[in-house]
Design a binder for this molecule. Structure first.
Ligand code: OGA
Ligand code: NI
Length: 345
């Protein structure tokens, strides 16, 4: 399926003119990884927590809610987060215009370097190394957004015309919210509110817009295989098509889309720094036979040279230089496993 060394985009398999009725074998998950049941698996008592950040809430109560959500789930929705709600719609709109209105040949002009992990641009496969790995039913556009020296708007889509402006504004807003949430997470553990922000050092931010084309056999595929995010926190929004699932007590729980809310997902570095009091959330995306789905994930990471270690004693995780953690992740792949367990003492 490789064209001139360039991995094929899922959308070109799924789109109308070449529509397939069965997924190509490289997208078929082994039985143990297939979504067991399609549709909404939420039991009413199994809903991801919603935390209201608005107004002048009592910080102590707010931190108790954060603590419970971080302990029980490693992920939670926030409402009244301070990010202008129209901006959430704007980025979903420019993202879907890029994926759905721009011809494939135009999109391919923005291709990422498929030989280098996490390179900026339009791509489909997350991992470079593994030839035999099952492929995700997903295309994406990855943007490097912070520090500002990494932000090259000229490499981002020129269509729709407001694309670059919207992504830049969204990036600034996500940084503010990430700092606010990391402050609350620090406070909720009795640390100074700037503790995690200071431990993180210079903030590295990437924004990935993921597009999950309609899939003829959702029961055999995954949009994105099970993984935890590597950095500190991910802020994610989705459109109104469900598909994101978070693992809770060994069960996959679908995160109902809430258009004005933002999902906070704890990453592995937060698990390390909190000494495992808070766990990173395992999550995945399932596919869908009726509608394509779009999400926007904003990752907040330390510099590659930054060592990260537990803030509490006795440490349960070895110190790790973030860049080494990332390299081993890209070599092994998520593979449904918790890479972070390799650091457990
Ligand atoms: C990710 C991710 C989930 C989604 O990009 O790391 O988990 O719903 N995305 O797209
Ligand atoms: Ni993720």
């Amino acid at each position: 399926m490789e064209v001139a060394g360039e991995p094929i985009r899922v959308q070109s398999i799924a789109q109308e003119d070449r529509k397939v009725e069965v997924v190509p074998p490289e997208y078929i998950q082994p039985p143990e990884n297939r979504p067991s049941k399609l549709g909404n698996m939420n039991a009413t008592d199994h809903k991801i927590p919603m935390i209201d950040l608005g107004g002048d809430r009592d910080v102590k109560l707010l931190c108790e809610e954060i603590r419970r959500a971080c302990t029980d789930w490693g992920a939670f929705h926030v409402a009244n987060h301070g990010v202008p709600v129209p901006l959430l719609d704007e980025i979903r709109n420019v993202g879907s215009s890029f994926f759905e209105e721009l011809p494939m040949a135009e999109k391919l002009r923005y291709s990422c370097d498929s030989n280098s992990p996490a390179s900026e641009g339009y791509g489909s496969r997350m991992l470079v190394a593994s030839d035999d790995a099952v492929l995700d039913w997903r295309d994406y556009f990855d943007h490097h957004t912070f520090p500002l020296s990494r932000r090259h708007l000229s490499r981002w889509p020129h269509f729709p015309p407001n694309y670059r402006e919207v992504v830049a504004e969204y990036s600034d807003q996500m940084k503010l919210l990430a700092e606010k949430v990391l402050g609350l997470i620090s406070t909720s553990l009795g640390l100074s509110s700037s503790f995690i922000e200071e431990a993180m050092g210079e903030l590295y931010q990437n924004i990935t817009i993921s597009y999950y084309p309609i899939c003829p056999q959702p029961e055999l595929t995954l949009g994105l295989q099970s993984h935890s995010d590597m950095g500190f926190i991910t802020l994610l929004i989705q459109d109104n098509v469900a598909g994101l699932q978070v693992s809770k007590d060994g069960e996959w729980v679908t995160v109902d889309p809430v258009s004005h809310a933002i999902l906070v997902i704890l990453g592995d570095q937060t698990e390390i720094i909190t000494n495992g009091i808070y766990k990173s959330a395992q999550h995945r995306a399932i596919t869908n036979a009726n509608s394509a789905r779009l999400s926007v994930a904003t990752f907040h990471d330390p510099a590659k040279t930054m060592p990260v270690s537990p803030a509490f004693k006795p440490p349960r995780y070895r110190q790790v230089v973030y860049g080494d953690y990332v390299s081993s992740w890209y070599t092994k792949g998520p593979n449904g496993k918790r890479n972070i367990d390799a650091l457990l003492i």
